[in-house]
Design a protein around this ligand. Structure first.
Ligand SMILES: C[S@@+](CC[C@H](N)C(=O)[O-])C[C@H]1O[C@@H](n2cnc3c(N)ncnc32)[C@H](O)[C@@H]1O
Length: 255
């Protein structure tokens, strides 16, 4: 009862301060969606759902020593992406942006023994660390690392006739090129395959109209494009920094 009163009190304040948000929040409550504070329950989710192990922990700890460590995906996201790999029975994966290898390690372990992953990056030091962990995990035979601008790699794959040849693509590199990566991946993955795009909430900056740098504008424009793109089914998850799942529709598929 006390909680209900507090909730109602907050809602009436919100109605005055921000009527648009109030309307959305009201719809949220009326439609009986969970109203959890994701920050507050993050530790709980980690402790009760993330199946961590020595190798993943060691890679996170070693990466933490790098000043760009924040680029690494979150553990719960890695686990979720591994689940997606298994759910769609993926055998061939494209990764754009490998860094020290956390996302590729999670996905490669979920691939079958004869599965393949092409990892695109530019940096030999970061990916050198990734290679060490792939070896330790015994998945290095599944992974081909290509050190070149990812657009060149994706174009070369298209030119060599690899359209519809991949099951899943994960985009996690320079944000200004995301749309180009998306278009290339859409051609390279098969119908019903998935494209995952990381950082689509960009620490909330996409929703903050006072932020207008090139990366934020690129992600904002892409979110809007994806919303209206009839070639895909779509969900933008509030997982980690925002993970978009785009499923390539079959031609003539019901929407
Ligand atoms: C956010 S990090 C990737 C994080 C990684 N997925 C993980 O789980 O740790 C982005 C990576 O994209 C790479 N990158 C940036 N621009 C690139 C480009 N044009 N082509 C290929 N890789 C690029 C960077 O070198 C960096 O390693």
């Amino acid at each position: 009862m006390a909680e209900k009163i507090i909730e109602n009190d907050c809602l009436s304040q919100l109605a005055i301060l921000n009527p648009t948000h109030f309307q959305r929040r009201k719809e949220f409550i009326v439609s009986n969606q969970p109203t959890l504070d994701l920050m507050a329950i993050h530790d709980y989710v980690f402790e009760h759902s993330v199946r961590d192990d020595e190798l993943l922990r060691a890679l996170r700890e070693e990466t933490a020593g790098d000043e760009m460590a924040r680029m690494q995906i979150a553990p719960e996201q890695g686990q979720f992406m591994a689940l997606l790999v298994k759910l769609i029975g993926a055998r061939r994966i494209l990764e754009i942006g490998t860094f020290t290898g956390y996302s590729s390690l999670c996905m490669a372990r979920a691939l079958p023994e004869d599965g393949e992953m092409i990892c695109c990056d530019l940096d030999p030091t970061w990916t050198g660390m990734a290679q060490r962990y792939w070896q330790q995990a015994g998945v290095d035979h599944k992974i081909k690392l290509v050190l070149a601008p990812a657009l060149d790699t994706l174009n070369a794959l298209q030119e060599s006739g690899q359209q519809d040849a991949f099951d899943l693509a994960f985009i996690d590199a320079d944000k200004e090129n995301y749309d180009l990566y998306y278009e290339a991946c859409l051609s390279l993955i098969r119908p019903s395959g998935l494209i995952l795009l990381d950082n689509m909430l960009w620490s909330g900056r996409v929703a903050d109209t006072s932020v207008n740098d090139a990366d934020t504008r690129a992600l904002r424009a892409l979110n809007m494009k994806l919303k209206n793109d009839q070639r895909i089914d779509l969900s933008l998850l509030t997982l980690a920094d925002g993970l978009t799942i785009a499923r390539k529709r079959q031609t003539d598929e019901n929407q």
